[in-house]
Design a protein around this ligand. Structure first.
Ligand code: URA
Length: 210
């Protein structure tokens, strides 16, 4: 059958097939379909106790990505990462380094609030990690910052202690990656402010060189 007739016969379906078969998937489309998929995730028990999935936010072409632990009560309510007390401190740290929230991407290891902010269980991390791995693959950041122990142990080394590895560069996910203390830890222990500021200066200097 000649193409012209085949097209008429398919009533335009051929055009649609060609479009999906030959046009490359735009990263924008891939990113929004990942977001839709993650927002519908029900693959562990945390979703049932959470108000909503907190996907993460920021520039989806960011060269710098921050990864925390899990949403708390404020994040669960607003559907945005790092908007509570720890988030306000993170905003101040970023502002001091002259980095805007809009230019980076901020997310968590776990996308649903654990009940009473308990530490996520191993199987919850395992269920949620593919979402973060896909975010990292699509955003392709050059620098990843692990905020706190869960991100450090999940992304750098499962035995790593933040107090030992912080401030050092590692290579993971085709990116340079560094651990530092979680902003919530700074709210509890002011002596961690200085080391975090040192780490952030290293991160900023590396970021400015990109
Ligand atoms: N703590 C985190 O680890 N992530 C958030 O989004 C908020 C608080």
């Amino acid at each position: 059958m000649k193409n012209k007739y085949l097209f008429a016969y398919l009533g335009g379906a051929e055009k649609a097939v060609q479009k999906t078969a030959f046009s490359p998937v735009l990263p924008e489309d891939a990113f929004s379909s990942l977001k839709n998929e993650v927002l519908r995730c029900n693959s562990c028990r945390l979703r049932a106790g959470a108000t909503q999935v907190v996907f993460g936010e920021g520039n989806n072409r960011a060269r710098l990505m921050f990864v925390g632990e899990a949403p708390g009560a404020d994040e669960d309510r607003q559907g945005r990462p790092f908007v509570g007390a720890a988030g306000k401190l993170l905003d101040k740290i970023l502002a001091a380094a002259k980095i805007s929230r809009e230019e980076v991407f901020i997310t968590n290891i776990i996308k649903c609030r654990p009940p009473r902010n308990r530490m996520p269980a191993k199987e919850e991390v395992a269920a949620c990690l593919p979402h973060l791995q896909r975010q990292i693959r699509l955003i392709a950041p050059k620098i990843i910052v692990c905020l706190g122990a869960l991100a450090t142990q999940t992304l750098i080394d499962d035995k790593a202690r933040v107090s030992v590895v912080r401030g050092q560069w590692f290579e993971r996910y085709n990116a340079r990656i560094m651990a530092t203390f979680h902003p919530a830890a700074l709210l509890r222990d002011a002596s961690k402010k200085r080391p975090v500021w040192e780490d952030i200066q290293k991160i900023r200097d590396e970021y400015r060189l990109l």
